[in-house]
Design a protein around this ligand. Sequence first.
Ligand SMILES: NC(=O)C1=CN([C@@H]2O[C@H](COP(=O)(O)OP(=O)(O)OC[C@H]3O[C@@H](n4cnc5c(N)ncnc54)[C@H](OP(=O)(O)O)[C@@H]3O)[C@@H](O)[C@H]2O)C=CC1
Ligand SMILES: CC1=C(/C=C/C(C)=C/C=C/C(C)=C/C=O)C(C)(C)CCC1
Length: 317
Amino acid sequence: MASPGQKVVLITGCSSGIGLRMAVMLANDEQKRYHVIATMRDLKRKDKLVEAAGDAYGKTLSLAVLDVCNDDSVKQCINGIKDRHVDVLINNAGIGLVGPLESIPIEEMKKVFETNFFGVIRMIKEVMPDMKKRKGGHIIVVSSVMGLQGVVFNDVYAASKFAMEGFCESLAVQLLKFNVTLSLIEPGPVHTEFEAKMIQDVKQKEYPGTDPDTVHYFKNVYLPSSVDIFETLGQTPDDIARCTKKVIEASSPRFRNLTNPLYTPIVALKYADETGGLSVHAFYHMLFNLGPLMHVSMTAMKYLTCGCLRSRTVSPN
Ligand SMILES: NC(=O)C1=CN([C@@H]2O[C@H](COP(=O)(O)OP(=O)(O)OC[C@H]3O[C@@H](n4cnc5c(N)ncnc54)[C@H](OP(=O)(O)O)[C@@H]3O)[C@@H](O)[C@H]2O)C=CC1
Ligand SMILES: CC1=C(/C=C/C(C)=C/C=C/C(C)=C/C=O)C(C)(C)CCC1
């Protein structure tokens, strides 16, 4: 239970990756300002978190079951908290989906929206009314740079994060009236199970219903570039946890928080040309023309800082 003066922080998806490191970092705050309720859908996966939390486990960190896709699970978890009082809600749970669109069953796409979009909404709907009543609270949503700029072969995942961005932009204005803050965390590539699951998934899949050219572009052009981007620009889950802690502790937290300055130019491109042509053609050129010749991430960085970018990207060829 939280001690007087401690903020109650509830985090979703703490069995691995970013959620796990956020829980550990906040629970080990030197000034003991937080009581962390680290949630996961399956407590059988708790060992890594418990080990990483060390002495904080059972003191400033407690565990609870929560599946963001299940109404009853969300209600039960929040009802189990003293006075249903959550000061900071961190919506972190999420799943990826990558591959040629033709090969992905609609059911799999719905699972992505059910987790990344409706999962967050389900959490906010449960916690927000109490925050509004108390005239205080902070809702954090782990979105992604792919919520701001789409990436080839990540069509549905990017769409789920774009949906989240629109939802949050709309809700943030109303919440301000109730002194409730809403912040988005926008990580670029991060080394977690998310990346490992993607690589594992790709190895197993056959891509039925997809023409050989598309499979070739996905496997032999996109994937090596993606691996290269992760290697060159990838952050650690601790980087994201540190950034999120700063957002929680800021006197006036920003609405959008990009975590990776190296990735920022890739996102900024769309704001340089409102027609959208610049980013579509720049990414085409980087992937299909420059990518196979050298490391795409190095090329991307040089390319994006080049003054003649616009004239080089009006035509894809
Ligand atoms: N890694 C990256 O490159 C980036 C990740 N992000 C975002 O960061 C967030 C965390 O991902 P990351 O740590 O990288 O990936 P991980 O796969 O390591 O962690 C995802 C977590 O979400 C949990 N989860 C999935 N579905 C549910 C559910 N229905 N209910 C509760 N928990 C669930 C997983 O639990 P379980 O163990 O049960 O599967 C796991 O704990 C996601 O929202 C992701 O979109 C954003 C930008 C980049
Ligand atoms: C291939 C490729 C790209 C890949 C970007 C990737 C792979 C980003 C991954 C982001 C993640 C994993 C976000 C998670 O939410 C760029 C840079 C757009 C440039 C064009 C070619």
